[in-house]
Design a protein around this ligand. Structure first.
Ligand SMILES: Cc1ncc(COP(=O)(O)O)c(C=O)c1O
Length: 497
């Protein structure tokens, strides 16, 4: 039996309205904007949108786009799909017999990445409990890019002020987007370093938190992020798997794989494991193997591998750690995006239907694909063992990175011999190097590593930190979802009333 009494205090996890004035201002703001907030249940199983949503540009700052913050957008991103968009990667590309299925995150609205789901899942509970007054508070979104963009998008359509905090070294495309979506330059805070410099982001947030008008929605310790994926991403994965199983009666869901940035997406692995007995794998960059080897370093798999163990990572329910090199993701990014690369894949028997999806894969998506193959190989998975993972964002966010990789890795020239060399190096057979199947002792080691960030550095209460070792903590958290959904429904009734 789980209980809401074990929910930690001080993380915004309120179960009732704590400030009716702030809540009423939020109601007022949503009424002006014509907004109805989706419940968590609706993020997982979205109703048919009201009105002519199909005519609304999925990339506009339009309130209707809140109804597209789910996995059920079709390829045009304007219409609704019966089954979340996905690609089944065949053995000829993955190098393993197991089917690897990638859910396509670039179908999400406004930012072309699934992190807008995490942003909404963090802000909505605060709005409906009166912990965020859109007329007074600024929503601060610390991230390595996509979550900050998602937060800015959600803030904008809800008519509140958002601030993106991200490392200066992230891709040019992320900053160009932020320039378009923010009007005040002080709403984009560039912290020193690149992908794995998360401590610098925390420091910037600590300074911002001194102004009590700033509400820091830190995805790395926001359980709303975890719960959004427990609810919506797990449901989407199951829908895709069931669809696949309709044509493959002996298929079983053997694994769920996700690279960890905030570890939000990984949350989907928990309910999937309960229902399918699937193994959950966390992925990181080989150049920054924090979970695997307590390592550190710079890498270019943007969005993941932030040199720490996020507070919302359910480590003791994680089965496998896999590391993938950013050389592989950078070089395959070039191969997948180039004419020569595509011709070569075509000659090697990769079908047009799969080649057509290669633009749906950003760097961390390629990383997840490679990690899924490594996991399948390490667990001796066969053709009935389906591994599901996510393509968080697509190639469109990395054009500048690809141009850089052509220069640095290939001296400015990427022709047929370079394409063949890349394919031979990274797609010619799968190895199980840097894959660790976690024993209880390994899980404890990884879990304990989080102590230094959360208890020593960020001042999290030790009892709360330790409670996360036990699965009862994570199960109790899930009891928040129906409570929040009732509060969202009540909030919507006030907006309509
Ligand atoms: C491109 C990309 N891939 C993967 C991730 C990791 O997802 P999560 O934060 O849910 O662990 C992120 C997170 O920002 C991302 O932006």
């Amino acid at each position: 039996m789980t209980s809401l009494s074990s929910i930690p205090e001080g993380f915004g996890l309120e179960t009732e309205v704590v400030d009716a004035v702030a809540r009423d201002r939020a109601v007022q703001r949503c009424r002006q904007a014509g907004l109805r907030l989706p419940t968590f249940a609706e993020l997982a199983d979205p109703p048919a949108p009201a009105g002519d949503v199909a005519a609304v540009d999925p990339d506009a700052a339009a309130t209707a786009n809140l109804w597209r913050v789910n996995w059920f957008n079709d390829a045009s991103r304007a219409g609704r799909a019966e089954v979340p968009e996905h690609v089944v990667v065949p053995p000829v590309l993955s190098g393993v017999d197991s089917p690897i299925i990638l859910l396509l995150g670039n179908r999400f609205p406004m930012i072309g990445a699934h992190k807008v789901l995490a942003a909404y899942s963090c802000l909505a509970p605060r709005l409906v409990t009166g912990q965020f007054d859109p007329t007074r508070n600024r929503a601060v979104w610390p991230s390595t890019g996509n979550y900050a963009r998602g937060g800015i998008a959600i803030s904008k359509i809800m008519g509140c002020r958002g601030v993106a905090v991200l490392p200066e070294g992230m891709s040019a495309e992320r900053f160009e987007w932020l320039d378009r979506w923010t009007s005040d330059p002080s709403d984009v805070i560039r912290t020193p370093g690149s992908e794995s410099n998360v401590k610098e982001i925390y420091d910037a947030c600590a300074a911002l938190a001194e102004d009590e008008a700033n509400v820091i929605l830190n995805q790395f310790c926001e359980y709303g992020n975890h719960l959004g994926h427990v609810t919506a991403t797990a449901a989407a994965v199951e829908r895709v798997f069931e669809h696949y199983a309709e044509g493959h009666a002996s298929a079983r869901l053997a694994g769920f794989v996700a690279a960890s940035g905030s570890a939000g997406t990984l949350g989907a692995g928990d309910p999937l494991k309960e229902r399918h007995r699937s193994a959950t794998a966390v992925v990181e960059a080989l150049e920054c193997p924090t979970l695997l080897y307590n390592g550190y370093g710079e890498h270019n798999i943007q969005g993941i591998g932030d040199k720490h163990v996020p507070l919302i990572h359910n480590v003791t329910n994680t089965d496998v750690v896999v590391a993938v090199s950013d050389q592989a993701t950078d070089e395959l990014g070039v191969l997948f995006g180039s004419t020569e690369g595509r011709k070569l894949l075509d000659r090697r028997g990769v079908g047009d239907d799969v080649i057509a999806h290669l633009d749906d894969l950003g760097l961390s998506s390629i990383c997840n694909l490679l990690a899924s193959a490594k996991m399948a190989a390490a667990l001796d998975c066969g053709p009935d063992d389906v591994i599901v993972t996510v393509a968080t964002d697509g190639a469109a966010l990395y054009r500048s990175e690809r141009a850089k990789a052509v220069e640095t890795a290939f001296g400015g020239e990427f022709g047929s011999s370079e394409a063949a060399a890349v394919a031979d190096r990274w797609l010619n057979g799968v190895d199980t190097d840097h894959v660790l199947q976690l024993s209880d002792r390994d899980r404890d080691r990884v879990f304990n590593l989080g102590y230094f960030t959360w208890v020593e550095q960020q001042g999290v209460d030790l009892a709360h930190f330790d409670a996360r070792r036990d699965q009862s903590f994570w199960l109790a958290l899930r009891d928040l979802v129906p409570v929040w959904d009732e509060l969202i429904a009540e909030f919507n009734a006030r907006v309509a009333g």
